[in-house]
Design a protein around this ligand. Structure first.
Ligand code: DX5
Ligand code: ZN
Length: 216
């Protein structure tokens, strides 16, 4: 089954509770944490995640776009994450492993994320223990960017690696997803779709959500 993960990056942050309620029929709530160093943008951090946790029962899917996430991963787990993604490019492999171990200690689902430039094979050292792999289909940092076509090949390759090593692992895609790209990434093997602008900027959000589900 395909899962939809609305990204609140495209929401109105002054009305976050209402914006979360608008997407509550979705499967996960995708929260983009950016530090202005790993990516050229700053979004939100721990206090906002804690507040979101108090106001929704949705599964919180935290996408950490921060340098050396091992420094903060315990605090994000405590803040109420259900799943955390750390970027493979954000630190040395030992520290990526340490970050995954910390998630395990908290019983939080573990994921690694790949920038478009990163080879799918980079997930091999971690794949056995992962709950999800996140393939970026835009350069991380901003919502509303166009889908990078060449990432379809990466999705296919990541799907093959997942099938060979850990078939219950989810494959999430993030960036430029709309009803038309959704169909193609699902064909390539993705089963979790992060959607920001195509939901929050749609004239009718429920209709946009239904159009994304047609991919199933
Ligand atoms: C970008 C973020 C995405 C972003 C996607 O770095 O990771 O989650 O919100 O936005 P859209 O769906 O507009 O491309
Ligand atoms: Zn994201």
């Amino acid at each position: 089954m395909v899962k939809i993960a609305p990204s609140i990056l495209s929401a109105d942050f002054c009305n976050l509770e209402r914006e979360i309620q608008r997407v509550q029929t979705a499967d996960l709530l995708h929260v983009d944490v950016m530090d202005g160093a790993f990516v050229p943008n700053i979004t939100l951090g721990l206090p906002v995640v804690r507040s979101i946790r108090k106001h929704t029962d949705m599964q919180l899917d935290l996408h950490l776009m921060i340098d050396k996430p091992v420094r903060y991963v315990a605090q994000f787990c405590e803040a109420g994450a259900d799943l955390v993604s750390v970027h493979l490019e954000s630190d040395h492999p030992q520290n990526i492993q340490k970050a995954l171990d910390i998630m395990g200690e908290y019983g939080v689902k573990k994921a690694v994320a790949l920038r478009p430039i990163t080879s799918p094979e980079a997930i091999l050292p971690y794949i056995d223990q992962l709950d999800m792999v996140l393939v970026m289909t835009v350069e991380p940092g901003f919502g509303g960017q166009p889908f990078i076509e060449s990432q379809l090949k990466t999705i296919t390759r990541v799907w093959e690696i997942i099938q060979a090593h850990n078939p219950s692992c989810d494959l999430e895609v993030d960036g430029g997803i709309n009803p038309s790209t959704a169909r193609r990434v699902v064909e390539a093997g993705a089963n979790v779709l992060v959607v920001g602008s195509a939901l929050y900027e749609a004239p009718d959000l429920s209709a946009a959500m239904a159009a994304l589900r047609v991919t199933e």
